[in-house]
Each structure stands twice: as C-alpha cells, then as structure tokens.
Ligand binder design. Structure first.
Ligand code: ADE
Length: 254
C-alpha cells in the first residue's frame, strides 16, 4: 500500500500550482502512485457562515489561537478515511516547540501507512487539540516561520524520497542510511579545468579503489571540519580511523 499523506492547512493555496510537491521527484512519485498526497482545508470543518477557524486567547495577550473544533473534526475525518485505528498512522503537528526533525525521523515516517501533518498558524493551536488528537510534534529547525506549511513540505519531501522506488537508484537510500552521519564528498563534472581550477587527478585516473578511498577521505575531512558532532555518532570502520589519522597529520604538517 502506498503511503498516504494528508496535509491539514488554513492556506491550501500555498500548495497549489506547480510547487515543490508537484515537481521533480515528488511530482513523479505522485504521478506513479508511490505516494498519495492530499491537501485539506481546515476551514472545510468550520460550521459558521464566516468559516472562522481562530479566536482570541483566554487570559488575553497578542495573536489568535486556532480553534479546537474544526481541527479535531478534520483530524478525525482524515484518520477515518485512512482506516481508523491503523497503528501505522500518525498525526504530527509542525511547531518550533517540537522534536527536531532529522533523517532518523524521516525514515520512521516513511514506514507508516498514513501520515497526517497539521500546519499551525498564528499563536498556535488550542492545547486540547494536542491532548486529544496529536501523536507527535516536530520542528524543522531552531527558527520561527509564519506557519507550518513550509515545514510540512520539508517533511513530505524528506519522507517521500525514502519510499521504495522513488529514487532512481534503488540502492541510494540504503547506502545513504549507512552514511547518515558523514557529509557528502566533493563532486566534479566537465570541463577538466575551469577558471584555472583542475579536477583532482585521482578522479580522472580510472582507478576505482583509489577513487573510493579519496572520496571517503574527503567526506571524513569535510565532516571533521564542519560537523565534528556528526563524526562522534558515525559508525567508523578501522579504515576510516586510518584516513582520519592521515587527515590530522596532513593538517598538522600544514
Ligand atoms: N512553525 C513555525 N516555525 C516552525 C518550525 N521551525 N518548525 C516547524 N513548524 C514551524
């Protein structure tokens, strides 16, 4: 069964037109039926003439709060549509107060049958929605956006590219999970020389083993320089440790 993703939003127009969820790999995955993405307007679950989805906060203060009734009814409806009681379904609220999103969370979501993403706006959602209807809260980074729509697109993109058959090369997702804690090695294409800068000779050598070794070394070097925190969590082989020693020696030698 293809993963189904429902995105609940007050601003469905942010997902309309040839945007990030209709282009490139995600667009192709949708067309091929590898994922079923549906954009749902929370206002469709309001009951008043003006389709009001927010209200002022009890206790006073700035901003508006998203009302509980439309949101909880929307979540209940899409849950039921996806097969209620399905243990492989999850309701995720996008908020800067959530758990930080990363590749491990993306892999976990890619295993589900049904992912329901809730986009917040204004000052947030009524706390009772959290208590009654939200399984998890996720943040895409330590900065504050105007709403959860861009985070929902980010999460959707990261999850869909992990689904079976979505990446051109069936091995690339698996290989990547193995390489999770190491940054990419530098890549080059034609021409051999550009503005006086040559492509590293080893890449033109045709020597496969040496190319692999150089790539691994450059990836480790880059990770050590930019993200030493990642290296600590990486599964390093004895060969990796030798390469890191080499890198340290070269650095010390200047
Ligand atoms: N809503 C606003 N900012 C956000 C963020 N950084 N992550 C997830 N949801 C958000």
């Amino acid at each position: 069964m293809a993963l189904r993703i429902d995105i609940l939003t007050l601003f469905p127009e942010m997902f309309e037109g040839p945007g990030p969820l209709s282009s490139s790999m995600i667009g192709r995955a949708r067309a091929a039926g590898q994922v079923d993405i549906r954009i749902r307007n929370i206002r469709d679950w309001t009951h008043d003439r003006h389709r009001v989805a927010d209200d002022t906060p009890y206790g006073g203060g700035a901003g508006m709060v998203m009302k509980p009734e439309p949101l909880v009814e929307a979540i209940e409806t899409v849950r039921r549509e996806g097969g209620a009681g399905n243990s492989r379904s999850k309701v995720v609220y996008l908020t800067p107060a959530g758990e930080l999103f990363n590749q491990a969370v993306a892999r976990r979501f890619a295993q589900l049958d049904h992912l329901i993403l809730i986009c917040g706006h204004y000052e947030g959602i009524d706390e009772r929605v959290r208590d009654l209807a939200i399984d998890e809260e996720v943040s895409i980074g330590d900065y504050v956006l105007t709403g959860g729509e861009l985070p929902a697109m980010v999460v959707t993109d990261a999850v869909v590219r992990l689904l079976p058959g979505v990446l051109g090369n069936p091995d690339s997702a698996r290989q990547e999970s193995f390489m999770d804690h190491i940054l990419d090695y530098p890549v080059y294409t034609r021409p051999e020389e550009f503005r006086g800068v040559r492509v590293p000779a080893v890449l033109l050598s045709g020597h496969h083993a040496q190319i692999q070794r150089w790539r691994r070394k450059m990836a480790l070097k880059r990770t050590a320089e930019r993200r030493p925190d990642l290296l600590e969590r990486a599964a390093l082989t004895p060969e990796d440790r030798l390469l890191l020693d080499e890198i340290r020696k070269e650095k010390a030698a200047g």
